[in-house]
Design a protein around this ligand. Structure first.
Ligand code: ATP
Ligand code: MG
Length: 467
């Protein structure tokens, strides 16, 4: 890789923000140059929520290096042959996706993006696709990669591989080790606004044949789309909404209904996008007994979740619904044991168990959830239910809990905080051990939130329960 890194200006031209990402990429390319590709890892792995620019940064790298770009998806591959090809004796045999990709671009040194490396099936049915990937991505082996279909070894050593994933966890350590991980995180509302104005809107307008003289979208309308029509870490839906407007306007122009410049403002926006899709802020919703605001971290970035707890007549049985995984169920049990031990301090009847069942539910019921990070929020909603004191909706909690009430650190802090901010949370209660993660959160977001760090759940009640 002898290209000069100065030529990477197109990374800047095509993308707003992403400072850390750009810096890491430049460093990576510099090291590639100095070690002539013989360093420990010469494969990039972009990890982050959907729509945060992973694919498009990959395309810019290709453009900057003057190489061709090809992208394949590894999602759901369960058969080694999809990567390495079928032997020709097999009816309907085809080369694997790697060779097909190389064939499409017709060069041996493209930037080759492999999407969804976190979704390569572990429940493989034939051969081990992950082992094959290891071979493809290993610089000491991939100069003689054999596809079963073409049979002659093919030299992949000049290919610049970039893999992408939404989450890091499912990637096996051996593969992870081989790659340089670069994290993409969700955008703030302000960043989204700039991305829309500088990149998405101009692109959408020109691709629907509407230049600035036919359609203008006011800044306030863009902001309204961001807050009331989308709810995402990245900008994919935002781009979709802008295209939707452009399509409708293009039709009106084509049909002659619009003759002069059309301005989309906050007011006429709903005429194009329909009614607002999301509610304003949590602060405007009513506090309830037994419903706490938790923070989740999923493949799509951060999100807020409501954790509901209810007592029903019964004999101390606990039921958990909302598709909670094993870890989350155990975490709920730990939270319950802890809260029960606090009867005296929180002043509720320690005997409630003899006459009531407990039901914990986490909507949306159709989406599977797991992980220990809701422990503290579950404890809050249980305490609320048992004391009949409402939980403050605008206080969000995250943290693992032990049966003694100790609060342990959790992952995804930046994404969770961005989501909380989007939803209008005012105060966030976090594990003390996570204090260091705040360094990744933009200042403008931090300024608008109050943080409380706890190492024991005893410290949360005064802040979450309405007294
Ligand atoms: N920082 C940015 N500046 C300008 N445009 C951006 C930025 N981030 C994302 N975009 C644009 O948003 C759209 C979605 O980005 P992209 O397809 O790269 O997402 P992704 O991270 O690859 O998502 P997925 O995980 O779903 O594949 C693209 O049109 C891209 O150009
Ligand atoms: Mg992508």
């Amino acid at each position: 890789m002898a290209e000069t890194t100065e030529s990477l200006s197109s990374l800047n031209e095509d993308h707003y923000g992403l400072e850390k990402v750009k810096e890491r990429i430049l460093e990576f390319l510099a090291i590639q140059k100095l070690t002539e590709g013989k360093g420990k890892s010469n494969i990039l792995c972009f990890v982050g929520p959907p729509g945060t620019g992973k694919t498009s940064v990959g395309q810019s790298i290709a453009k900057a290096l003057g190489r061709k770009f090809i992208r394949i998806s590894l999602g759901g591959i369960r058969d080694e042959a999809e990567i390495r090809g079928h032997r020709r004796t097999y009816v309907g045999a085809l080369p694997g996706r790697i060779i097909q990709g190389i064939r499409t671009v017709g060069v041996k040194n493209p930037v080759f993006m492999m999407d969804e490396i976190d979704k390569v099936g572990r429940d493989f049915i034939a051969g081990d696709p992950q082992a094959t990937l290891l071979e493809v991505l290993d610089p000491s082996q991939n100069n003689s990669f054999t596809d079963h279909y073409i049979e002659i070894p093919f030299d992949l050593s000049e290919v610049f591989f970039i893999t992408t994933a939404n989450v890091l966890d499912p990637i096996p350590p051996a593969l992870k080790d081989r790659m340089e991980i670069i994290e993409f995180s969700g955008y703030t509302e302000d960043e989204k606004f700039h991305i829309a104005k500088l990149f998405l809107l101009p692109r959408v307008l020109s691709s629907s044949g509407l230049d600035g003289n036919k359609l203008k979208v006011a800044d306030k309308a863009i902001k309204k789309i961001i807050t009331l029509y989308t709810k995402e870490a990245g900008v994919r839906d935002l781009e979709r909404k802008l295209s939707e407007i452009a399509r409708k306007v293009a039709r009106q122009v084509a049909e002659g209904q619009i003759k002069q410049l059309l301005k989309i403002s906050e007011k006429n926006l709903s005429g194009y996008l329909g009614p607002e899709e999301y509610e304003l802020t949590l602060a405007q919703q009513k506090d309830e007994i037994g419903v706490s605001t938790g923070l989740a971290w999923t493949e799509a970035g951060g999100d807020i979740i409501f954790i509901e707890a209810r007592l029903t007549p019964g004999q101390g049985n606990l039921s958990l619904t909302g598709q909670l995984g094993q870890v989350m169920q155990e975490s709920a049990k730990a939270a319950l044991s802890y809260v029960r031990s606090k009867a005296r301090k929180l002043k509720f009847d320690p005997q409630f168990y003899y006459k009531s069942d407990i039901h914990i539910h986490v909507p949306s019921g159709a989406i599977p959830k797991d992980g220990p990070s809701a422990g503290v929020a579950i404890a809050a909603s249980l305490a609320s239910m048992l004391t009949s004191k409402a939980v403050k909706k605008e206080v969000a909690l995250t943290g693992e809990i032990t049966i003694n009430g100790k609060v342990l650190k959790v992952g995804g802090i930046k994404e969770k905080i961005l989501a909380a901010h989007r939803a209008g949370v005012k105060t966030i209660i976090l594990p003390k051990e996570n204090k260091k993660n705040l360094i990744d959160v933009p200042e403008e977001i931090k300024k608008q939130l109050k943080f409380k760090f706890v190492d024991h759940a005893d410290q949360i009640f005064d802040d979450v329960l309405v007294t």
